[in-house]
Design a protein around this ligand. Sequence first.
Ligand SMILES: C[S@@+](CC[C@H](N)C(=O)[O-])C[C@H]1O[C@@H](n2cnc3c(N)ncnc32)[C@H](O)[C@@H]1O
Length: 204
Amino acid sequence: MVRQFGHPRGVVGRAVGWFMAHRSSNRQRSIWAVSLLDVRPTDRVLEVGFGPGIGIAAFAARAVQGRVHGVDHSQAMVRQAARRNAAAVRAGRVRLTHASVDRLPSFGEPLDAVLAVNSVGFWTDPAERLRELRLLLRPGGRIALVSQPRCPGATRDTTTRAGQELQDLLAQAGFVQIRVETLDLEPPVACVLAHNPPTTPPTP
Ligand SMILES: C[S@@+](CC[C@H](N)C(=O)[O-])C[C@H]1O[C@@H](n2cnc3c(N)ncnc32)[C@H](O)[C@@H]1O
């Protein structure tokens, strides 16, 4: 089952997508994280691991003159998110790509903001992936990494530890001004926010 949440596939994967789209805590945390990113109407944004596309919809409601990109390595999630955001996809405001964070497509101009909700834990070499994402951001661009631990018995401490791991990864990847916000759900949700330095330093 954990594997299905990391890469929803087939009939079970579609059911997992439906579950994630309708679970109140999943919806709340994505909408909350987008609100913390302070998205402006002309922003160009990216969500990695968008699942059923709730965060993409929240982005599209804010970046009305910008562009919302999404990548997910699950074909089933690309289909669900495309259906959920059909009007914005048709209007060319939302572009969803079936791709892994390991092999990102080109997004053209630099991005203003990047989001990943309960997805980093499934990536290989996340510090390296985050370094690559940082290089796609404009100087001063923002990132939000969200974790709501779903392991059995997860508590506030589990969330605190998950938030600390994300902070460490962001620091390793060269992000600055790292801070954590918490949403009081069961278990709590950590959203770790950070910035690309105003002038991008050379990659270590
Ligand atoms: C637990 S789900 C979370 C979905 C959504 N963000 C939410 O909170 O409802 C994790 C998502 O990340 C995607 N994902 C995991 N590893 C990925 C990778 N390496 N590249 C792209 N997407 C990935 C999965 O396909 C899945 O849609």
